[in-house]
Design a protein around this ligand. Structure first.
Ligand SMILES: [Zn+2]
Length: 339
């Protein structure tokens, strides 16, 4: 792994990506969709929302903030809508009363223009931290959540998408991004496809020299851990709070890679306490060295009430500070960002 010349406090704190949209932004988007607000006003609202949620993360002590994915309605739709070859037929019901604007691949896919580079540039301009995190939806999940009406096989589609995502990551690197997280929640949902899915996901990392993380949630970690060695990412961001901090022994299989340790449950509105977080980190340290631990919530925070999300991050940072004090007495103070 390469050192990227940036120092961070030991146990850097970060987020997975999404953050609740402020109520006023949701109202503005609604006004815009009814033709009652113009593009300029909407764009200004998105930017103001990013400034606010970055400030919110930084003020509670998050070392590596994201833009909260303020610009994105949904993680697959946002990318599919910006890649040529997709079209949308309208929302389909996914579970209960929840609808998803499922994309369909109707012709050969091609990279139209940078997808989230402007989002990164704006985030970079409003954050005071040396490193920010950009999230990208991975090729396997985009394909898994889309209709394939063009390619001969799902495998062919995923490899094609991997080329496009790779190009986007290279554009982000060129724009100055240091840390990109690829989100692949669907990765373990079809175990029989894992072999080629892993090869396809690795394709997105080709020629990239910055830090790349892989986030996989609500998944079979036993299965995933068999592929840690083969996946070319320097960090795996995984959920553990939601599973009662069991499964932590898989951390011993990470080798020289890092863990983005999920210590906050995003599907439960109860605010954890700092000791809950510090104990989880201490438990993880039985399996992996402290220099290889980043701390984050299990997953994106977008479904929580905004104040709950903020308070959960605050508690997470307090829990980290408990462990940092103890680590400081053992000589651990800072780490270097590695790609
Ligand atoms: Zn997730």
């Amino acid at each position: 792994m390469r050192e990227l010349g940036i120092e961070l406090p030991i146990l850097p704190t970060t987020v997975i990506g999404s953050y609740p949209r402020p109520r006023w932004l949701r109202q503005m988007i609604k006004q815009w969709s009814m033709g009652r607000a113009d593009d300029k006003a909407l764009n200004e609202a998105f930017k103001d929302a990013v400034s606010v949620v970055v400030r919110e993360q930084e003020s509670v002590g998050i070392d590596i903030p994201s833009d909260g994915e303020m610009w994105r309605d949904e993680m697959v739709e946002h990318f599919a809508a910006r890649i040529d070859g997709f079209r949308f037929y309208g929302p389909v019901r996914v579970w209960g009363n929840n609808f998803f604007n499922k994309p369909a691949v109707v012709s050969k896919l091609s990279y139209r223009e940078p997808i989230v580079v402007k989002e990164y540039m704006f985030l970079r301009s409003v954050s005071s931290r040396p490193v920010v995190k950009v999230t990208i939806t991975g090729p396997y999940t985009i394909a898994d959540w889309s209709f394939n009406e063009h390619y001969g096989s799902k495998e062919e589609l995923v490899f094609e998408l991997a080329e496009i995502i790779n190009r986007e990551i290279l554009e982000l690197e060129k724009a100055g991004a240091l840390f990109i997280q690829v989100d692949e929640p669907a990765l373990t949902t079809h175990p029989e496809e894992m072999e080629w899915a892993v090869d396809a996901i690795n394709r997105v990392t080709r020629g990239v020299n910055i830090k790349l993380g892989l986030h996989v949630c609500y998944s079979d970690y036993e299965l995933l851990s068999k592929y840690f060695d083969r996946l070319s990412f320097s960090q795996f961001a995984l959920e553990f709070s939601n599973r009662g901090h069991r499964d932590l022994e898989i951390l011993s299989k990470l080798g020289d890679r890092e863990i983005g340790l999920g210590v906050i449950d995003v599907h439960n509105k109860t605010i954890e306490d700092p000791q809950y977080v510090s104990k989880a980190i201490e438990k993880a340290m039985r399996y992996i060295e402290p220099e290889k631990i980043y701390v984050n919530p299990d997953c994106g925070l977008k479904l929580l009430p905004r104040e709950t999300a903020r308070r959960k991050l605050e508690v997470m940072v307090s829990g980290v500070q408990i462990v940092r004090r103890e680590l400081l007495s053992r000589g651990f103070e800072r780490i270097v960002l590695r790609g």
